[in-house]
Design a protein around this ligand. Structure first.
Ligand code: NAD
Ligand code: GLY
Length: 371
């Protein structure tokens, strides 16, 4: 069994992140210490994950002295909405969940975001266990307390920041993840590499084969690196007010615009983020902040993991910029996370739209780097 533990130090809202292989199988209640407030809870999951892991998780909870029932949601981003949330509240009520009850979110980011919001709001706040089952959720969405749901006009427009009591990243759950979801998660992982710099980038460069083969030990080390990086940003700026946590959005300004442009059906989140990373690298280089050697290394890393690197040929760059600005009447500049160097992100709040446009057009073709 491989196992790591780290702490997200947020005073009274502090919690542990456990990462490893065989965590859920091994049973016992040591992962759920300090104890939850009550002994009864609900596992919220979806119709894909339930047949794979629900009974194992409920048996593990029972072993630790917690009774649970289950609520199974439909699978898909399109169900991260207020109608499904309302049904979830009704089912929590029907399950007899009390104020001291808990919710265990078992699934990817969609389940985690919706169940997290329900935990934050039902009876003014229940204990929340995050049990992420995708790479994206293990390295990102289960950590830091952001939750929420989509409105028709946009993603994640409603939400709160509500920290879980514990995050348990069981890397054995990754073995059943579809290939495309693995790739999507790796887009976020590469983002962490660029945020953190040499140590993690070297790990990713040297362990590509093991990671792609889903070797549990390599997945656990990778998730540990990412969780540590994310926890550090969260601790410094829990409520995303200081421009520090915003660095986690590296690659996301272009990424979100691409997802929206294709109505969330063209590119998986992490794929769009990967293209967004290439655009942010290209712009950082064009602004003469990022040295060429760093640009080359970063682009190679994106390529090494087989992530998409180009803006699709049919994408209209002006529409993309309009989506990035959200408000077409905004001025001639916009904000983006860029890099002064690998491991050195910063918030550029005066990105010149002309230069951005030039770089986006460049990113429709393979962005080249020196040998
Ligand atoms: P997802 O939750 O839709 O999961 C992807 C697919 O994999 C789904 O079909 C799911 O049923 C399936 N799946 C999950 N675990 C599996 C497993 N172990 N085996 C087989 N199939 C499995 O997608 P995601 O990429 O995990 O999360 C995306 C969501 O996360 C988006 O809604 C995004 O807005 C949100 N998000 C939130 C944060 C945050 O900080 N709260 C950060 C990043 C992303
Ligand atoms: N996923 C960005 C954040 O948690 O702040």
């Amino acid at each position: 069994m491989v196992a790591y533990k780290l702490t997200v130090a947020l005073e009274s809202r502090s919690y542990s992140i456990h990462i490893g292989s065989g965590l859920i199988k091994s049973g016992g209640d040591s992962l759920l210490l300090p104890r939850l407030r009550g002994h009864q809870g609900v596992v919220v999951t979806n119709e894909t994950v339930a047949p794979l892991y629900l009974s194992q998780v409920q048996a593990w909870l029972a072993d630790a002295g917690y009774k649970s029932s289950a609520i199974v949601l439909p699978d898909g981003e399109e169900y991260k909405n207020h109608a499904v949330l309302l049904r979830l509240y009704q089912n929590l009520y029907a399950a007899g969940l009390q104020r001291n009850g808990f919710i265990c979110a078992l699934g990817g980011g969609v389940v985690g975001d919706l169940a997290g919001f329900a935990a934050a709001t039902y009876m003014r706040g229940l204990d929340l266990i995050q049990l992420p089952t995708t790479i994206l959720a293990q390295v990102d969405s289960s950590i830091g307390g952001k939750n929420g749901f989509n409105l028709e006009v946009g993603k994640n427009l409603i939400g709160t920041t509500y920290q879980p009591r514990v995050v348990i990243s069981e890397v054995d759950f990754i073995k059943s993840l579809p290939e495309r979801e693995v790739l999507s998660g790796l887009g976020e992982v590469v983002k962490y590499g660029l945020l953190a710099g040499d140590d993690f980038i070297s790990f990713l460069e040297m362990n590509r084969a093991e990671i792609l083969a889903r070797n549990p030990r390599s997945l656990a080390i990778m998730a540990h690196f990412c969780s540590r990086i994310k926890a550090d940003y969260v601790v410094r700026d829990e409520f995303d007010l200081l421009g520090v946590r915003a660095a986690l959005n590296l690659g996301h300004t272009v990424g979100h615009a691409l997802e929206k442009m294709y109505d969330y059906r063209g590119m998986a989140h992490g794929e769009a983020v990967a293209v967004g990373l290439v655009c942010a690298l290209s712009l950082s280089f064009a602004m003469r902040f990022l040295p060429e050697t760093s640009l080359s290394r970063a682009l190679r890393l994106v390529e090494l993991y087989g992530l998409p690197m180009q803006i699709p040929e049919d994408a209209d760059v002006d529409e993309l910029i309009a989506l990035m600005r959200r408000d077409k009447k905004a001025g001639e500049t916009l904000s983006m996370i860029l890099l002064h160097g690998l491991g050195d992100p910063y918030l550029e709040d005066k990105v010149d739209v002309g230069l951005l446009r030039e770089q986006l057009l460049r990113c429709k073709k393979p962005v080249t780097y020196s040998a």
